[in-house]
Write a protein that binds this ligand. Structure first.
Ligand code: SF4
Length: 380
């Protein structure tokens, strides 16, 4: 049984909803913030029996955690560091959006123990930012980045999205150029997913806006892989790049199937072969905790077959791939034998490779990763 655990705290409020976003996040509920913080503190108390575990990473995500008053974020972190075993080297991340945080906040956060910032930027062209409903300008990102450095943050990640409405390859190249110039330790470069129910989905269906053609999106992806590598960022997951020593410990834990506890409205947890998710509505979440009622909305046992499929899906997203011997030891399945029906054609097409007992996607394979992963898991 693992002695380590990661903690995730979800902060589901944002100043405004971005047009592409389908996360569990809401705008216009600022008055609920104090009660929400009380609820988070009440929920974490349920987990005090786990306090003997070593906390490997803590992640404040959202939503926009930096939209909350800084003292309330610090109150939660202090509770955790007081009641759980949090070693000095634990990664403690705060997601922050430009336009929601100032220098005094950064100083206090740093002093309180947050040692990693993950800044949501998406693009450096203001018209693109407006088009997707972001609340900030590119300049506000540069300002916050500089202040974060000045206040001592030595581990900063920046989130970007390609495939945005109106975005050209050149815009994306400029974004990557400008961001690597300021030099964050970590860059996440996600391909836009058009999610049903979002404002952007609606705009696209009404043909009010259009997305770049697929070939151009593939070019953006290809450019990203080459360019970031040249600038010293290792692609360690399909959408994630880091300078040496700065891979996200917290997110690697998800991808490697490690246990974590998620707290807050809609947060999910995985522990000892069980998975559960909290009520999504922040009001119901708060009310239940006020009454001392459970906030778990759904719970499932992860059987061996499900765990194996997830290990393939997540393992192939990682550049480190799937170690075939460890896979066999864990699931008693020879992955090569089991997938041999499709393996040869994927190998011949240079979409996957097997080296040193490890199965992984090739760079060419990354461009069509979803298809390849679906093909392989259909054999399991
Ligand atoms: S800031 Fe993040 S969580 Fe909030 S609406 Fe925008 S994308 Fe969604």
């Amino acid at each position: 049984m693992s002695k380590e655990l990661s903690l995730y705290f979800h902060f589901p409020f944002c100043k405004r909803k971005c047009y592409y976003c389908d996360f569990n996040s809401f705008s216009g509920f600022d008055q609920l913030m104090p009660d929400y913080i009380h609820a988070l503190l009440a929920e974490i108390k349920f987990y005090l029996p786990q306090s003997g575990k070593m906390i490997k990473s803590i992640y404040f995500g959202g939503g926009t955690p930096s939209y909350f008053p800084v003292n309330s974020l610090i109150e939660i972190l202090k509770f955790v560091t007081t009641h759980f075993l949090v070693p000095g080297k634990a990664e403690i991340t705060l997601e922050a959006n430009p336009g929601t945080i100032n220098v005094e906040d950064l100083i206090q956060l740093q002093e309180a123990g947050f040692n990693r910032l993950s800044i949501g930027l998406q693009a450096t062209q203001n018209d693109l930012l407006r088009r997707i409903g972001r609340i900030h300008s590119a300049q506000e990102f540069y300002d916050i980045f500089e202040l974060a450095r000045e206040t001592g943050f030595q581990n900063i990640g920046v989130d970007l999205i390609f495939g945005l409405p109106g975005q050209k390859l050149e815009h994306w190249q400029n974004t990557l150029h400008s961001v690597t110039e300021v030099g964050p330790e970590h860059i996440s470069a996600y391909c836009l997913q058009l999610e049903p129910g979002t404002r952007l989905h609606h705009q696209v269906s009404l043909k009010e806006v259009s997305l770049p053609p697929e070939e151009e999106v593939v070019e953006m992806m290809e450019f990203t892989m080459v360019y970031l590598q040249e600038r010293g960022y290792e692609q360690y997951e399909i959408s994630n790049y880091a300078k040496t020593g700065y891979k996200s410990v917290h997110n690697l834990g998800y991808w490697l199937g490690h246990d974590y506890l998620g707290l807050g409205a809609g947060a999910a947890s995985t522990r000892l072969g069980q998975r559960w998710a909290n009520i999504k509505d922040p009001k119901d979440y708060i009310e239940n905790l006020k009454k001392g009622i459970s906030v778990v909305a759904e719970r499932e046992s992860i059987d061996k077959h499900t765990a194996m499929i997830e290990a393939v899906m997540l393992g192939l997203r990682l550049r480190s791939g799937i170690n075939l011997q460890r896979f066999y030891d864990k699931y008693a399945v020879d992955l090569i034998l089991k997938t041999q029906k499709d393996l040869e054609s994927l190998l011949n097409a240079d979409l996957i490779e097997i080296n040193d007992g490890t199965l992984r996607l090739t760079y060419k394979g990354i461009l069509t990763s979803n298809k390849i992963i679906a093909t392989l898991i259909a054999n399991l």
